[in-house]
Design a protein around this ligand. Structure first.
Ligand code: SF4
Length: 473
């Protein structure tokens, strides 16, 4: 079968748009999101685009008219999860052949032929820069039966004019830039999400103010590499500063950073504003300069350590985390030991650790992988074990400390507890209600808390990933 390339010009959009609005006011869309926060933020954009055409989101896949998976390609494992889920979702299509099944995001761009032609799994494939076309592609599919594909990458699309449809809550993401120009040799992002482009400075500030007015207490500024944000003469430090000033009652966080672009000016802004979280996630990836060079990471271990040192000098209680890729092709035992040394020296609060995953189209794809499976497993285990030990030690030192915590959600494990976060991004489990006693042990009063409250919490118990605490007056 030939792949149907659907080319839509602006005129054909208009005609179809009218039809579409008439016919789809009661349509339901079900979306599942895989991968990073950027993808979750993109899902909110897709929902906004679709809501203008009469679509409402549903949590019930069975009753939906359109099922969309917003996908991630960063590792093979992430793609396998999506393939598995698509297989499961086929049963809904069997029950109701009119259900439209679509794939959005990074896999759409990377695996369009496989999904549409080879496996005949989906009706719709839309890449990260073409979300405005989703309703039109669905419309065309309904009218003509043609499968829809739109995967072109853009140098300008930022969805700046679209107000994301967000779930009600205390946390909100603001996407400030898209794409990446860094071309790390292991990474598919520049190929699946395109080149860097930044959103309008003022529009981001306005969005933050609007969210604050709506009750949001915690804003994440998002981008593949937020540190390379540029709009006219403004950089990311300017943006972070102005957001912090514009919404003084809101906690501000950001992700992700690239060490090459993280400036001293940014650290100064972080140190200056109490509502910017004391937290830096700075991926090192490897502790070996040779491997960093192979990865095209553009910094040395020494330069990275300088940033860590400066961060701690300027913000003594800063929370630090990182990403590490173990067993990049040609990694030797010495390279691996250097990574362990960095972990020991920095003493991260946490780390996201991954075994190297070979991705087609990347430069590293062509490097010979000489490391056997047993060694791969051992090295990753060593990294995880060391980091876990350090995380526990750091967290144990927090027992007895009182920390302000923003309550974000119910605890996943019990309805009697909330999950909140400290300023340095540690998860804290706290009771929903607390009985206060005086020095003689007599009950003085009880207090219930709500999502969105800032509460002073005394830490009483910890493990490597979570703190447990009780409210104090
Ligand atoms: S900085 Fe490197 S790892 Fe991060 S998105 Fe860009 S290319 Fe990928």
């Amino acid at each position: 079968m030939e792949l149907t390339h659907l080319i839509l010009d602006n005129n054909s959009f208009e005609t179809k748009q009218n039809n579409f609005n008439k016919n789809t006011n009661d349509k339901k869309v079900y979306i599942e999101t895989f991968g990073c926060q950027m993808n979750y933020s993109d899902t909110e954009i897709v929902l906004s685009v679709l809501s203008d055409f009469g679509y409402n989101e549903t949590d019930d896949v069975k009753s939906s008219d359109v099922i969309l998976l917003n996908t991630c390609s960063i590792r093979e494992n992430a793609e396998n999860k999506v393939f598995k889920r698509l297989d499961e979702l086929k049963k809904y299509k069997k029950l109701n052949p009119n259900i439209i099944l679509g794939v959005l995001g990074c896999m759409a761009e990377r695996l369009r032929n496989e999904l549409l032609i080879k496996k005949k799994m989906v009706d719709l494939i839309v890449g990260p820069d073409e979300y405005r076309k989703v309703p039109h592609l669905i419309d065309n599919l309904i009218e003509t039966g043609e499968k829809g594909i739109a995967v072109k990458l853009s140098r300008v699309e930022t969805y700046d004019d679209i107000t994301p449809v967000r779930k009600k809550g205390v946390t909100a993401w603001i996407s400030i830039m898209r794409g990446c120009d860094k071309f790390c040799t292991f990474c598919v992002v520049p190929f699946t999400r395109g080149r860097e482009r930044s959103r309008n400075f003022k529009n981001i500030i306005d969005e933050a103010v609007r969210l604050s007015d709506e009750g949001v207490r915690d804003i994440w500024l998002l981008g593949q590499n937020v540190n390379s944000y540029r709009f006219a003469e403004k950089d990311f430090a300017d943006l972070l500063n102005d957001v912090a000033v514009a919404v003084p009652d809101v906690r501000i966080r950001y992700t992700t950073s690239h060490p090459y672009d993280l400036s001293m000016k940014l650290l100064e802004v972080m140190a200056k504003h109490s509502n910017i979280c004391n937290y830096i996630h700075l991926p090192i990836q490897s502790g070996s300069d040779r491997i960093l060079k192979e990865m095209n990471r553009l910094y040395s271990v020494e330069q990275y350590m300088q940033v860590m040192k400066k961060s701690r000098e300027m913000m003594p209680s800063v929370g630090l985390s990182t990403d590490i890729i173990s067993c990049f092709p040609s990694e030797t035992e010495d390279d691996h030991r250097m990574t362990l040394d960095v972990i020991r020296e920095v003493r991260y609060d946490g780390a996201y650790t991954f075994a190297y995953s070979r991705r087609e189209n990347t430069k590293a794809y062509y490097l010979e992988d000489i490391i056997d499976e047993e060694t791969k497993k051992r090295r990753l285990d060593e990294i995880i074990t060391l980091q876990r030990k350090i995380s526990v030690e750091i967290n144990q030192n927090l027992i007895g400390k009182i920390m302000p915590v923003l309550i974000e959600s119910l605890s996943k494990k019990s309805d009697e507890y909330f999950m909140g976060r400290t300023d340095c991004n540690k998860s804290v489990i706290i009771p929903k209600e607390h009985s206060y006693v005086n020095d003689s042990g007599e009950l003085t009063h009880k207090k219930s808390f709500s999502i969105g409250d800032f509460v002073n919490i005394e830490i009483i118990k910890v493990n490597s990933a979570t703190l447990f605490g009780v409210p104090v007056l």
